[in-house]
Design a protein around this ligand. Sequence first.
Ligand code: ADP
Ligand code: MG
Length: 301
Amino acid sequence: MSKEFEIIEQLFHRRVRKRRNVSLGIGDDAALTRLPEGCELVTATDALVAGTHFLADAPARSVGHRCLAVNLSDIAAMGAEPLWASLALSLPKIDYDWLNDFADGFFALADLHDVTLIGGDTVRGSLFASLTLQGSVPTGQAVRRNGATPGDLIYVTGNPGDAAAGRLLASNELAGIAASSARDLLVERFYYPQPRLAAGLNLREIASAMIDISDGLNVDLGRLLRDSGVGALLDIATIPLSAALQSSVDRATAVELALCGGEDYELCFTVAPEKEAALHGLADSWGYTLSCLGTASAEPD
Ligand code: ADP
Ligand code: MG
């Protein structure tokens, strides 16, 4: 048995807890899964390259968490439910401690969202992790980017800008910020983004269009508006800047990070005004904030 295979057995195969709709998981040439009745298959792939998508010295636990979190965010943004993950890892060397921490981060999040790791590949090369995540959505019910109509209200979950500030703090690019609980919170928001699965699922019934804002509110809301063929009337003052962000940088920097920083993995979506009451009823249980930024308008920008 090769060393690599032993490590996969120990660190990945044995830690798989749930096996939802899996006939055959890790161990054979390919996995076999069953799509729930009446559902479409949803597939997202995101690759993280050391030095580009995560800091080369990032904690391995964070890399394991993030490679799943970024894909969960895409699945959430479709209004879908995650099921199965397949992981391609490229490693310069087999470092047991690094892989063990990576697996800790990965499985903590996988178990939280009932995701089953069904396979992958492990090769030697420069450090990167690519994850393909699959899930299900009742046929015809996925929420796309192109459904907004004029008059729809534009919402965002959570506090955009925190993760980008955390990235700058973690890479020592924000000078003069002393150690503080605000600093710790922002760095945590960068290293361990929490994808908004509960919101995504609830919004399947409510949102007319949805996107996750991994590239920043400005760019990603722009994509939603463009694909929907609408414009927007936005009030910058309504962007929900967190207390931690506001206590760490000046207001102009905070707004810039919230609009353009990226890495947030929040959901941005539109709802018809008559669905607003239902939206707020559901959002009470999410545990993160919900903010209205403005209204979709007839004139494309
Ligand atoms: P093969 O040569 O048939 O591709 P491998 O030795 O690469 O087989 O993999 C053996 C088993 O371990 C397969 O089921 C594969 O899906 C799984 N596997 C390999 N690498 C990973 C990984 N990084 N994460 C999860 N499963 C993996
Ligand atoms: Mg292989």
